[in-house]
Design a protein around this ligand. Sequence first.
Ligand code: KIV
Length: 307
Amino acid sequence: MSATPAGPARITVLDFARMHADGERIAMLTAYDHPTAELLDEAGIPAILVGDSLGQVLLGYDTTVRVTMEEMLHHTKAVVRGTRRALVVGDMPFLSYATPEEALANAGRFLREAGAQAVKIEGGVRSARIIEALVKAGIPVMGHIGLTPQAINALGKVRVQGRSREEARALLHDALAVQEAGAFAVVLELVPAQLAAAITARLRIPTIGIGAGAGCSGQVQVVTDVLGLGSFVPRHARPYADLRGTILAAAQAYRADVEAGAFPGDAQATRMDDAILDEVLGRGAADRDAVTGAADVAGGIPLDRDL
Ligand code: KIV
C-alpha cells in the first residue's frame, strides 16, 4: 500500500513550464490565510504567491520592508494547509537573502517548515548569484524585476520601471540574468506593456506580469485588489467583487440586529427540557410541595435567588 494519500496532485514547476509551452496563460493570485487559499484552490488558481505584500495588505505596515521571516512563514503555513493543488510560492522578505548562505537557510525554511514548493526573490542581475545558489540546492525560484518594492527606500517612490532607454536595457539584462540563473519564472512589476511583451518574447521561462500589460505569459494580482477588499485600488488592478462593501453592510446589519434584540433568533439558539431546568432551579413539582421557609434550599438544590 502506498504511504501517499490519494488526491489531486499538486502543480509543480514542471507543470508551470508545460503550461507555458502549451501557450496557457497563467492566472496567479496572492493569498495570506487559510480560507482564502482554500477558495483560490477550489477556483482552480494554479499558483498562489504568499507575497510580502502581506505587510501592507494584512498587517498594516507602510512598506514590505518591515515584514519578517517569522511572519512570512506563519502565513505561508496557513496557505499551504488551505491548498491541495496550487503551487505555493513563498516570498523571501527583505534582507532574508542578502548572502547565498542566508538565502539557502531561509528558502529552506519556506520549503521545509512552511511546505511551500518555491520561493520568490526580488532583483535581476544583482540577485542572479543568489538565485543560482538556491536552484543548485534544488529550490525552485521565481524572479521579480521591474518595480521591486523591497528597494523602495532606494527607489524613492512606486513608479513604472523601464521607460527610459537605460532602464529598458537594464531590465532586459535583468530578465536574462534571472533566466540564466535558473529561475522557473519571473515577475515583471510595473513595466511598460511593450517592453514586458518584448522581454516575454525573448525568454524561455514564463513572465508573470503585474502592471505590465497583457503580453506577459501570465498575470499575478494582490488578492485583496481583485476582491475589492482594499481601501485603494491600484491602476493595474480590476476588482471582480466588492468585498469591502459586502463586509461593511454585513457588519452594520449584524450590529443593528444585536442592538434591536433581533439576533440571535430561535434558529441560532438551543433549548433544553424545561422540566430539567425547573428541577435545577428548585421550581419542580417536588419543590412546590416542600415546606418552605425553614430552609432556603429544597432537596439540596439552590433556589432562584441563591444562583
Ligand atoms: O508581494 C507581492 O504580493 C508581490 C506581487 C506584487 C508580485 O510581490
